[in-house]
Design a protein around this ligand. Sequence first.
Ligand code: PHE
Length: 346
Amino acid sequence: MIEQVRGALDAALTRVVAAATLDELRAVDAVVLGKKGELARLKTILGSLPVEERKAFGLAINEAVGALQAASTERALELDSAEVSSRIAAERLDLTEVIARPTRGHAHLVTQAWERLEDVFIGLGFQVAEGPEVETDFYNFEALNMPRSHPARSGFDTLFTDYRQLEADSSDHTAADGHEPSVLLRTHTSPVQIRVMQSIEPPIYMVMPGRVFRRDTPDATHMPVFHQIEGLVIDRNITMAHLAGTIDSFTKAFFGGDFTSRLRPNYFPFTEPSAEFDIQRPDGTWIELGGCGMVHPNVLRACGLDPDEWSGFAFGFGIDRMARERHGIDDIRDMYSNDIRFIEQF
Ligand code: PHE
């Protein structure tokens, strides 16, 4: 009889150890440890045995059941940890691609030039200010000595936020129905001069970079949205010589000691006298960079400054053009195309 118990145990143990998954093990357990299992069947004949054999047989069955339960628990632990590891392996994410091929971006070429310009001017003792991109007629034109009907206004190809259609040839920005729109996208950074003079007392040594807008069709040298940096100095006894010296120091600091600069007479309503400034490359060729001049007395007055006490100069030039010059870019539109083959070169 004891032999039968041992045989049933061995057979059951073999099946437990052979179970390949937790589900399979549960099914095996149900059979070998259940009511219909061989050990359960052997237990039912216990009562029919002679009393002297009953004790040893009962003990053998109990021990067999215990051994089987222990073996099943151990197999369950094994299978559980195997299933956890295989699930971890299956759910593993391969992140090595990022590590294997690092690509690092860089600031936009205009942003790079913008930041370098700020650095150079801070090095020359200037502070940095910014103003709003949506401006009023007062700041963009009127306070800059360009009252309505001033012919210089038509040169700016202004974008108005007003919905009304303007007369194509209207130089004073008056609509066909006589309405005069007064909110616009600033056409230059010069309105920030006015805001600075209104908010702080001279002496003022300030540069004002920013985005500007003009109604223009994009081509190799123009974009309807571009960037300028404005400079403004207001102090006592400021002369044109300070302006020329500042432009020249800036040119050498930004482009290098082998670049020079020159001023050419020009006209702007907000400066008098006014000039265009150019820089000369080491090979002798010239590039036109921007406009400048002595701040017009009317502009000082519009900002509540006495022209007999204060004088100053202002300049403004295109940042995009500087970026283009620095990197030798033929077509300014390439800088805004977001073509990775272009961007990756810098
Ligand atoms: N605001 C002028 C422009 O956009 C440039 C300029 C600035 C000229 C300051 C003189 C003084 O063309």
